[in-house]
Design a protein around this ligand. Structure first.
Ligand SMILES: C[S@@+](CC[C@H](N)C(=O)[O-])C[C@H]1O[C@@H](n2cnc3c(N)ncnc32)[C@H](O)[C@@H]1O
Length: 196
């Protein structure tokens, strides 16, 4: 008999599925906007490196998708990690890692080459963090999904100028598409790139 899913962070269960709210998760917005027209490397058996896991809101949905895969969930806030650890206790496919994503060498003993990197860290050097992790962990042909908060980088420049500048940092990656996350998230862009 199928197991009834349980709510992780208060989200309702609708007809046997956990509601994935685009106002709470940028990955939900991206999937809504793409409508299946692009492969982002998220399959049931994928290996995913998730940078900026926070308390695990979006990680929990990635974990639902990865039935035979694994999500390596990196977060540097000990407070957020407490909730993430609780979530990982109930799910075998989440590996929580308390570390700074800007120093990917620190978790090389824990992380294998991955099919997808998902990053949502809202830091000034977010493109550099994404590029470093992609160089080390992304398989050739793998996908980087990088949620860029333009106001974290420069509040004075226009968002389009900021993201054009940031994309230059993603050396070794082919940028496929940049989508805004409106109307769900202001000043946020999803950058999709492939490792060549
Ligand atoms: C916007 S929140 C992430 C929300 C989460 N992705 C979700 O959808 O559930 C950003 C998170 O990134 C974490 N973070 C920021 N910089 C980081 C870094 N250099 N290394 C690891 N985590 C970082 C913050 O502590 C925060 O929890």
């Amino acid at each position: 008999m199928p197991v009834e899913p349980c709510s992780i962070y208060g989200e309702p269960i609708v007809e046997g599925y956990r509601l994935w709210d685009p106002f709470r998760s940028k990955l939900a917005v991206l999937l809504l906007k793409l409508e299946g027209r692009r492969d982002i490397g998220l399959y049931p058996d994928s290996r995913v490196l998730y940078l900026g896991a926070a308390t695990g809101t979006t990680v929990s949905h990635v974990s639902d998708i990865l039935q035979g895969g694994i999500v390596y969930a990196v977060e540097f806030s000990p407070r957020a990690m407490r909730d993430l650890l609780r979530l990982a206790e109930s799910r075998e496919n989440i590996v929580p890692i308390l570390a700074d994503a800007a120093r990917p060498e620190l978790y090389s003993a824990l992380v294998e080459p991955v099919d997808m990197i998902y990053q949502d860290v809202a830091q000034r050097n977010q493109a550099e963090i994404a590029a470093r992790n992609a160089r080390r962990y992304l398989k050739p042909g793998g996908t980087l999904v990088f949620m860029m908060k333009t106001r974290s980088i420069d509040v004075t420049a226009s968002p389009r100028d900021v993201y054009a500048r940031e994309i230059e940092e993603l050396k070794g990656l082919d940028v496929l598409e940049v989508l805004d996350l409106l109307p769900f998230h202001q000043d946020h862009w999803a950058v999709l790139a492939k490792k060549v």
